[in-house]
Design a protein around this ligand. Structure first.
Ligand code: NAG
Ligand code: NAG
Ligand code: NAG
Ligand code: NAG
Ligand code: NAG
Ligand code: NAG
Ligand code: NAG
Length: 526
């Protein structure tokens, strides 16, 4: 079934256990367990024995090409700070200004493929072919003795490290905002195994291993039939069916283009087996998965940087049409978290019906406090993309050409937006007077404040450590060098977000499926 393959191939989501009873389930879970979803352990890595380039070699530094290949693996790229930014530079906080709140929305770390992913079937196919007399030669020679060693769904060791490191980095950046005298900080994740473990590792990095003395971790049920503002797929049926096929078809067509040459090159290395474009694509995915799970992959030797640029672009085509502005459910899938953010910033109870947030949890200040200075929420790649869409950040709404990457730089690059352990950090900044919009023209040490005006609050979006300039999507924010927006202005703009998402109709309505590129506002057009 196509849509099934879509989610498996892109590893965007997984099927939760069809558990219908939440009897005995505790929101502040002590450890992953109920509603953790399927998991499978893989073979333990043995890099000391399998790495053909042993440590200590003078060539151990990765080449620029190797770095770029790691950074071009779509949502399977290990975490790296966005190297190109989103169109503005970052500026230091001016003297006398304060960061008063930080809202973090964090993706889980590197993981195994989803359960019954298509890459697993390539393993079985190769083994059957070898038993049937197929001989692989040249760069494919390793396949004569290769076995499939990956587990499913859970974090790999690198994933734990990514979240721990992010926790320590957030501590260095924002540790001062934590008030040890205040009640325990409430952090939120979902019950899925890798989501729960990601949050635990982040909190250990932020607070230390005794983090439970300082924080409570709530786990929202991630399973069919439950509301969840950190995982929208289950409560948005239209996000999964034929309305996603435009993105899927665009990816399929693009594979036929960018992998043609590499596939005919690889076919010459196989006797007795019909090596297809899908096999080449799966081999690319296996390179990405084996790298994070085992530390090294012979599949990576098969591909050029151009192959990786093509791989990355395939993700862009697909996800922009599943979670972005090219999807009729893009805004709907992210609107619950946007409304939660708005409630927290305005210190008001969450009272917005018409999203898929769990109203029972959100009505209770012990599970959904709105008076913290730090917020740590853990989520999936697609939900981060949908949140950008629901905020209305149309700088990511470009209709990407199906024929191949546009010649100019694009800002919608999946590996720059949602690599493993991606993080959206939203800072609330208070300044004694308005800050000049033209900070670039001001020399070092110059007063950045305007001469008149009083205390002003700003909102500053950072995705993977780079500023998202809010003025690029909202002219009302002004063309500011620092990409900030006055908080009052931003809140006024956001008043229309809930309506534009059209949650119920977008997710449950019966409207026609449109081809790729016909939808550009993240909501249904008819
Ligand atoms: C704001 O920052 C200044 C130092 O830059 C500090 O003296 C002041 O106490 C801070 N105010 C608040 C409300 O945190
Ligand atoms: C095994 O080889 C035979 C003869 O070439 C072929 O018909 C069959 O499909 C092959 N089976 C597999 C699993 O590759
Ligand atoms: C937040 O409000 C609750 C009451 O709802 C109070 O008990 C708690 O101390 C407040 N927390 C902070 C950090 O002010
Ligand atoms: C909301 O959350 C509560 C507490 O976790 C849970 O018992 C309830 O089933 C959830 N409701 C929905 C609709 O998801
Ligand atoms: C090899 O597979 C491709 C794609 O599935 C198919 O179009 C082609 O006919 C196959 N060739 C042979 C010789 O089976
Ligand atoms: C769950 O979400 C639906 C919308 O998908 C909403 O109608 C319902 O009130 C929500 N239930 C709870 C308990 O939050
Ligand atoms: C959806 O709309 C189509 C076209 O108007 C109609 O044929 C179909 O029966 C509708 N499906 C449902 C479930 O209402």
């Amino acid at each position: 079934m196509k849509s099934q393959f879509l989610f498996a191939a892109l590893s965007l989501a997984t099927t939760g256990s069809a558990n219908t009873s939440d009897a005995g389930y505790e929101y502040f879970l002590a450890e992953a367990g109920p509603f953790a979803g399927p998991t499978a352990e893989g073979d333990a890595p043995f890099l000391a024995a399998t790495n053909p380039a042993p440590f200590g070699s003078r060539d151990a530094e990765p080449s620029r090409e190797e770095i770029l290949s790691l950074q071009s693996r779509g949502n399977l790229s290990p975490y790296f700070p966005n190297p190109t930014g989103f169109g503005v530079e970052e500026y230091p906080l001016p003297p006398g200004a304060n960061i008063t709140e930080v809202h973090v929305l964090h993706r889980h770390g590197a993981r195994f493929p989803p359960a019954s992913d298509v890459v697993e079937t390539l393993g079985a196919t190769i083994q059957a072919a070898v038993e049937n007399g197929t001989v692989f030669t040249g760069k494919l020679d390793f396949l004569n003795s290769w076995t499939y060693k990956l587990g499913a769904e859970t974090l790999v060791a690198l994933g734990r490290k990514e979240l721990y490191e992010s926790g320590t980095q957030h501590y260095y950046n924002y540790g001062h905002l934590f008030d040890p005298a205040a009640p325990k900080l409430v952090a939120r994740t979902t019950t899925q195994d890798r989501m729960f473990e990601s949050a635990e590792n982040f909190l250990a990095g932020f607070f230390g291993l005794d983090w439970r003395k300082h924080a409570k971790l709530g786990a929202i049920i991630e399973s069919a039939g439950y509301n969840n503002s950190l995982m929208s797929m289950y409560t948005c049926p239209n996000s999964q069916g034929s309305h996603s096929l435009g993105g899927f078809n665009a990816l399929e067509a693009w594979k036929q283009v960018y992998l043609r040459g590499t596939t005919s090159r690889l076919r010459k290395l196989v006797e007795g087996y019909n090596w297809t474009i899908d096999d080449t694509y799966n081999a690319q995915s296996l390179c990405a998965y084996e790298t994070v799970a085992l530390g090294y992959s012979e599949f990576c030797e098969l591909f050029t940087l151009a192959d990786w640029e093509g791989f990355n672009y395939g993700f862009d085509l697909a996800v922009v049409a599943i979670f972005g502005f090219l999807s009729p459910t893009g805004r709907a899938q992210g609107i619950a978290w946007v409304e939660e953010f708005l409630a927290r910033v305005q210190y008001r109870p969450f009272d917005k019906a018409g999203t898929n947030a769990n109203m029972t949890l959100n009505a209770d200040p012990s599970s959904f406090p709105v008076n913290q200075t730090l917020y740590f929420d853990f989520t999936h790649d697609g939900d981060i993309l949908a949140v950008l869409t629901a905020f209305g950040l149309k700088q990511f709404a470009e209709v990407l050409p199906r024929e191949g990457p546009p010649p100019r730089h694009r800002f919608f690059i999946t590996s720059h937006l949602v690599p493993f352990a991606a993080r959206l950090d939203i800072e609330i900044i208070q300044t004694p007077r308005p800050v000049s919009a033209k900070r670039n023209a001001l020399g070092q040490g110059k007063d950045v404040y305007e001469r008149t005006g009083c205390t002003t609050q700003y909102v500053h979006f950072l995705l993977n450590q780079r500023t998202i300039p809010l003025g690029h999507s909202f002219p009302e924010c002004g063309n500011r060098d620092d990409g900030w927006c006055e908080l009052d202005t931003f809140l006024r703009i956001q008043k229309t977000s809930l309506g534009q998402a059209r949650f119920d109709y977008a997710c449950n309505g019966n409207y026609s499926v449109l081809p790729y590129g016909a939808i550009t506002n993240g909501s249904p057009v008819n």
